[in-house]
Design a protein around this ligand. Structure first.
Ligand SMILES: *Cc1c(COP(=O)(O)O)cnc(C)c1O
Length: 361
């Protein structure tokens, strides 16, 4: 028998969350952002749930090839554009759309021989200060691009730094609009947080995290607030239980010491499975659907659980680390992320290769 841990990818939840993205931006077309192997879900596994999107956005040319290999004929956007001139050949061959964020990418396009002109997304740095042309340089980049026979349509694009937080997006929207006012072409501005929190209108939404059932602005809001469903479950079983006496300690470095008699369960999941080692005592976990809490340090292959809320659970009991539990129970990945001082994005992307994954419904 294999080790009892497994991950589930929920096709129906992916499709429902995509519907939620459409509802948040009714007039827009929606890119399903599937970078980082569909936020750790696996592009091929997530495809069935997300094929109702208007396009796929990612940044690794090899992942773009995988989307095409699935038979997807619609838009595929390279979010960081091409990394070197010969990536343009792949764009021509597979009909990939690509972001242009710096001048050298325009030079490469100008030197590229292609039968079919490319659809490009010209990116402005409106304040994120990662990629893109400064507002003052945007218009001349647009003029250069639009003069190239290698270029078909130009979509105007920017990315927000604070769509999920108190600073918001107004300053970046203002910078973007001031510099693009009389430029033609479609616009692409929103990520998940901008679409959900700000209801921003643009032609193409780039929806990532919301598709995967994590709230972009947790803990201010949770997935229930936004009407999202978990798309990844990580579950395992108890391998053993221990009955501890007051003063006993649990796990490496004895970071947890009992004050009363305590029954604990040892679950077959550790940081080598992608469970965050920084999740301390008190991190929520479901045992047979009952909400319990971890105790002590997470080790490589195991973690310990206070079974006070699941007194009858023994070896073999079902343990839900995040996602859907038995009997309609569920545990949002955002709660574990918060306990570990990180975000849902990081946990789903870090699901380890040794964990077998099954696609359900
Ligand atoms: C990752 C990414 C997105 C999606 O962001 P979410 O917060 O996951 O919705 C959108 N646009 C760009 C440029 C990205 O890199």
């Amino acid at each position: 028998m294999p080790r009892p841990i497994e991950a589930l990818v929920h096709t129906g939840a992916l499709a429902a969350n995509l519907g939620r993205a459409r509802a948040a931006a009714p007039d827009a077309r929606v890119f399903a952002v599937v970078k980082a192997d569909a936020y750790g879900h696996g592009i091929e596994r997530a495809y069935e749930g997300l094929r109702g999107a208007d396009g796929f956005a990612l940044l690794d040319p090899a992942e773009a090839e995988r989307v095409r290999a699935l038979g997807w004929r619609g838009p595929v956007l390279l979010l960081e554009g091409v990394f070197e001139p010969r990536d343009l050949e792949l764009c021509s061959r597979l009909g990939l759309w690509h972001v242009v964020h710096r001048a050298e990418q325009i030079d490469w396009l100008a030197a590229h021989k292609t039968q079919v002109p490319h659809r490009v997304f010209l990116k402005m740095n409106s304040g994120m200060n990662r990629l893109g042309f400064m507002p003052g340089a945007f218009r001349s980049a647009w003029a250069r691009l639009s003069a190239l026979p290698q270029v078909d349509e130009i979509t105007l694009m920017t990315h927000f730094s604070d769509a999920d937080g108190p600073r918001g997006i107004a300053h970046q929207v203002a910078a973007f609009e001031a510099a693009t006012l009389d430029l033609p072409g479609e616009r692409s501005l929103s990520n998940s947080a901008a679409a959900l929190r700000h209801g921003l209108r643009s032609d193409w939404v780039r929806a990532g995290i919301l598709l995967y059932g994590s709230a972009p602005d947790h803990p201010e809001h949770d997935i229930a607030t936004w009407g999202l469903a978990p798309t990844m479950t990580l579950r395992t079983r108890l391998l053993a239980t221990q009955d501890l006496q007051p003063g006993d300690t649990v796990g490496y470095a004895s970071t947890y010491r009992t004050e009363r008699p305590l029954r604990i369960g040892i679950a077959a999941c550790g940081y080598a499975d992608g469970y965050p080692r920084h999740a301390g005592t008190g991190t929520p976990v479901l045992v047979d659907g009952a909400r319990c809490a971890t105790v002590g340090r997470v080790s490589m292959d195991m973690l310990a659980i206070d079974l006070s809320a699941a007194p009858t659970a023994g070896p073999g009991a079902e343990v839900t680390l995040w996602g859907e539990g038995p009997g309609g129970s569920h545990l949002p990945i955002d709660e574990i992320a918060q306990a570990a001082g990180t975000i849902g994005y990081e946990l789903m992307c870090a699901l380890a290769r040794r964990v077998p994954v099954r696609v359900v419904d």
